[in-house]
Design a protein around this ligand. Structure first.
Ligand code: COA
Length: 500
């Protein structure tokens, strides 16, 4: 006998998230390994230097999590040179109980000089800090612009300094620790931040270093005399705090943040200190090995806190799943697609986003475009197009925090309508099986290089997202991202003219 439940189940059968191949995961892990490899780090250890990730680890509150962004930036972009993590490590962490964006030069690669992708990453980190009202902490040691690429850096490069001034004017504290040599463009970061700290006999700030001075003037001068901590703390005034060593500099920075009279992250900071989040099942773990597939419903069930998911319009526009839930205690909406977005699905999403905006509830978007195209008439296609235009208009103007996760294919208009990069989600992460493409390869000419360009590592290297994550880390990363995006009050949404 016919039941509404049977109808629903038969529709669901069409909507399965594609299997992650173990090749995707292996490729991703291999690349991560390459970026983490600090062979050659011994040279710096001998000089009594902390490696970049050690600097970050010592800065953040003990036991707290660090949400690292765009780990694979720059992968494969510079020929034989692997510019690890794009030459700049960025991420959100808790320092003295306040949420901070941390930006740390990878000084062990090409003297920490700034490559075009590193600059792009710097600007993205500042954009997140601005959007989420985070304190900025710069851990600097850099030879300035990467000289072979200076033509690609010069014009955009100034934006970094512009942002520092504008964010300060908006009341966002910014602090720099000068751990090593900061030349040329890198010298402007400590000089423009509200407060900076210099480490004695290790930190240097100058526009041109001793070799350049000698070449230009013939004068032989030591780095210490030219721009050491003593010069800048006692004579020039460029620096505000004199640190005896690395640990002392970190302690001073933590005190500055503590005394900054900046809003503590109160309950949201707790999410960062929680060691891990409970899973409702082990499906996501299995996915890492490419052994399972799951539907959008199963995925949401795994992500949502126990029994918290309440589905919106369950039987209408079933190619799209939407509903409210709690995710690690955070009340949020979820919008997930399975395949081609229908007119009904788009109408449902539009209505759901308006409710979230009214109630000021953040939204998690899950993209999975599975190319199971249904046959549609021209008129149906027309109606679908109109509904998607309305959805994009409402999405663009909804002021609630948004976090996007791409787990499968993301192409065509679905990329935009489900809050792709161009619709400015606060964060966008992908799974290793994610694929970006302007149109669906199954229905167009398939070229070899298109395959390569659709790979998640390829996309992440170019900063089309904020990082590739393993499925098992999904809940944790989403919770941290939502915590961050909720660091500022949610404004009222003002919607645009909606066309008929
Ligand atoms: N652009 C491109 N590469 C740079 C660079 C820059 N601005 N600064 C340093 N490097 C590279 C070096 O060529 C070297 O590359 P290699 O590993 O392939 O040999 C590597 O970084 C390490 O440099 P090195 O001088 O050996 O290390 P160091 O620790 O003794 O000194 C610096 C590091 C940054 C202090 C020093 O290299 C320096 O002063 N660089 C010049 C900075 C400059 O003039 N910048 C102007 C930018 S507009």
């Amino acid at each position: 006998m016919f039941s509404i439940d049977m109808l629903y189940k038969s529709l669901l059968a069409l909507c399965h998230i594609r299997r992650i191949s173990s090749a995707n995961i292996e490729h991703f892990r291999k690349r991560i390994g390459a970026h983490l490899d600090v062979t050659g780090g011994e040279r710096y250890k001998k000089l009594d230097k902390l490696l970049p990730r050690e600097r970050i680890q010592m800065l953040v509150d003990p036991g707290s999590a660090f949400l690292e962004l765009s780990f694979l930036a720059g992968d494969g972009l510079y020929g034989k040179d692997l510019i690890r993590s794009g030459g700049l490590i960025t991420g959100v962490g808790v320092v003295s109980n306040k949420l901070c964006m941390i930006m740390c030069n990878e000084f062990t690669v090409k003297g920490g000089s700034i490559y075009p992708i590193g600059l792009k990453k710097y600007l993205r980190a500042q954009e997140i800090a601005h959007e989420c009202k985070l304190i900025s902490i710069h851990l600097t040691e850099s030879g300035g612009a990467a000289l072979p690429y200076q033509a690609d850096l010069f014009v955009e490069g100034g934006r970094n300094f512009y942002n520092i001034a504008k964010m300060s004017a908006e009341g966002l504290p910014q602090v720099t620790i000068v751990f090593g040599s900061c030349t040329a463009g890198a010298a402007y970061v400590p000089a423009m931040c509200e407060e900076n700290i210099m480490v004695d006999r290790k930190g240097y700030v100058f526009l041109g270093g001793p070799p350049l001075v000698q070449a230009a003037t013939g004068e032989i001068v030591s780095a210490e005399e030219l721009g050491g901590a003593r010069v800048h703390c006692i004579q020039s005034g460029v620096s505000d705090h004199f640190a005896l060593n690395d640990q002392n500099a970190i302690d001073i920075a933590r005190n500055i943040i503590m005394n900054s009279n900046y809003e503590p992250s109160d309950s949201w900071a707790e999410k960062f200190t929680a060691p891990s989040f409970e899973w409702n099942g082990d499906l996501l773990e299995k996915l890492s090995d490419g052994r399972s597939t799951l539907s959008a419903h199963e995925l949401i069930k795994n992500l949502a806190d126990k029994n918290s998911f309440s589905e919106f319009k369950k039987f209408y526009g079933v190619d799209l799943v939407s509903g409210f839930c709690h995710l690690a205690g955070i009340n949020c909406g979820v919008v997930a697609n399975n395949g081609m977005l229908s007119e009904k699905g788009a109408l449902k999403a539009t209505s759901f986003i308006r409710i979230c905006s009214q109630r000021k509830i953040p939204i998690v978007f899950i993209q999975n475009y599975t190319a199971n195209k249904n046959k549609v008439t021209l008129e149906q296609e027309d109606q679908r197009g109109k509904a998607i235009v309305r959805l994009m208009s409402v999405l663009a103007c909804s002021e609630v925090p948004k976090v996007t996760l791409i787990i499968g294919k993301s192409s065509g208009i679905e990329n935009y309508a489900f809050c792709g990069r161009s619709f400015s989600p606060n964060f966008l992460f992908t799974w290793p099986a994610a694929q970006f493409c302007s149109h669906d390869g199954d229905s167009s000419v398939d070229m070899e290089n298109m395959e390569e360009q659709q790979d998640a590592v390829y996309s992440s290297a170019r900063l089309w997202d904020d990082g590739v994550i393993e499925p098992k880390d999904t809940k944790r990363v989403l919770a941290l991202s939502l915590s961050c995006a909720l660091n500022k009050p949610i404004p009222d949404s003002k919607f645009p003219v909606i066309r008929m």
